[in-house]
Design a protein around this ligand. Structure first.
Ligand SMILES: Cc1cc2nc3c(=O)[nH]c(=O)nc-3n(C[C@H](O)[C@H](O)[C@H](O)COP(=O)(O)O)c2cc1C
Length: 177
């Protein structure tokens, strides 16, 4: 499958089989994350792989948006201290988050290619998750990515057509609706 095929194939999966995801595959997904672009290549990120049943349950208890009992999670975290030291206020406030978005998409696309389902999850209690994962104060959990073998094929939510969301050169110009 080409890149566009994988991009379109990826779905947010919210029902998982109980099968474990091998550690080496989880680490390969993290590696895909680390190859994302990063502003000034600061890479102010950490990826906490969660596959211990107790930690999974604790995380789920504080994450209303986490559905379907995934056997693994990757918690994408920013290192606010490193982001500030190397990128200033904008680095801490914005750039490290943009980096993590790109890293997360890499993770989800590689997972898709490997037949795994994922879901990006923002609906979680940050302070509780930090405590559960024993994160130091300067490390902030930004996105939880659930990972596992999908139980079903979720329907594809519609996308706005390209010609409704793009212009050439100037707002309002160029593409026939
Ligand atoms: C920043 C962000 C946060 C999201 N948070 C949640 C969440 O907490 N729980 C959830 O089930 N889905 C979450 N989603 C998944 C979206 O609902 C999903 O991407 C959207 O409905 C489109 O479906 P698709 O991913 O299958 O294309 C989130 C997606 C993004 C980008």
């Amino acid at each position: 499958m080409g890149v566009m095929g994988v991009i379109k194939e990826r779905r947010s999966v919210r029902a998982f089989k109980t099968d474990k995801v091998p550690d080496d595959i989880l680490l390969e997904l993290v590696e895909a994350g680390t190859w994302a672009p990063s502003a000034s290549n600061i890479q102010a990120w950490y990826f906490i792989v969660v596959n211990d049943q107790h930690v999974l349950e604790q995380t789920a208890a504080f994450s209303p948006g986490l559905l379907g009992n995934p056997p693994a999670l990757i918690v994408a975290c920013s290192d606010k201290q490193l982001a500030f030291e190397n990128g200033g206020e904008i680095g801490e406030r914005e750039l490290c988050l943009m980096d993590l978005c790109m890293a997360s998409q890499n993770i989800m696309l590689l997972a898709t290619e490997k037949g795994l389902g994922t879901c990006p999850i923002k609906s979680f209690n940050g302070p509780a998750l930090s405590k559960i994962l024993r994160l130091p104060d300067h490390i902030s959990p930004e996105l939880v990515i659930s990972i596992g073998y999908p139980k079903n094929n979720p329907p594809t939510p519609l996308r706005k057509p390209v010609n409704k969301v793009s212009y050439f050169n100037k707002w309002g110009d160029g593409i026939e609706a």
